[in-house]
Design a protein around this ligand. Sequence first.
Ligand SMILES: C[S@@+](CC[C@H](N)C(=O)[O-])C[C@H]1O[C@@H](n2cnc3c(N)ncnc32)[C@H](O)[C@@H]1O
Length: 291
Amino acid sequence: MQSLEGRASQLLDCCCIDRCALLERTFFGMKSMDKNELLETLKRSILATEKTDFLKKLSEIGPCHQSVVFNDDFRIPGIWNPLHLSEMLFRGLPEDHWEGKRVLDLGANSGGLTLELMKRGARCVAVEYKREYYEQMMFWKKYFDISDDLLEVHHDTLFNSNKLGKFDIVLGLGLAYHFRNISSFLDYLHTITCTHFFISTQLMAGDGLVAVNRKEFHPKSRLPVLGWHVTNNLFINMLEDSGFENIRVLDEDIAKCGWESIPMGLTNNGYYFVEKNTNVIDFSAKNMKFL
Ligand SMILES: C[S@@+](CC[C@H](N)C(=O)[O-])C[C@H]1O[C@@H](n2cnc3c(N)ncnc32)[C@H](O)[C@@H]1O
């Protein structure tokens, strides 16, 4: 990926002589600057103009939900923080864990988390079915001239992703609670060629094996079923039932609280790292629609 710094230098290479001459004229007699100061000022002003232009064009696509962090002072603002999300996934794993891995990010939104994984050396495939999020991601992919080898972006339903090849890690984050049938979603994930999965959902508090229609929390919705909030215990049972094992709850404390107390910047309170139980072979057969 070409860095912002690189783009600025490239621009400087192309046009600094004319612009320096212009600036020297502008500042002549008002403030003396040596050549280096002038170049730094020019660089900052090019960066600021580029950033403003970039963010303006991006906002024309629509508001971003997931923030995207290019560097400390250049980010797309959003309510979900990819640094918090990635911190959750990075827990307990060595820094080089993602290096060279092929990672599938399902429901990738504006791609903020995908970018964090790329910063750790992953080659990512992002699937997002809502057009505006897909376009936001394509916009920054093109802007930074990122090759398909490093980042593939698909505007598609995640239910086609078992055709995308083999992965080292699959992320199914912030999805389960939206579906009419959580187990069908988990059964489908199990059909993707991969051994390790990060899966997250919004949980309700309590120890019982209980699910509540999310309609209860959004009574004005015209939909009779809005997806499900389940307890941590029930979700673990569902994961096992769909053929996952070695289930690790990444943060036991927030998984115990209700979804109402999800920490700022996260989308969910139940985060799990699981492995596929390869002895279980035919879960998809239970759900004919996915065959
Ligand atoms: C709650 S957001 C979670 C975003 C991100 N994965 C995270 O955890 O922060 C759910 C995202 O999944 C996308 N999505 C929902 N259903 C999908 C589907 N069937 N296929 C692909 N993307 C889907 C939504 O458009 C949205 O961007």
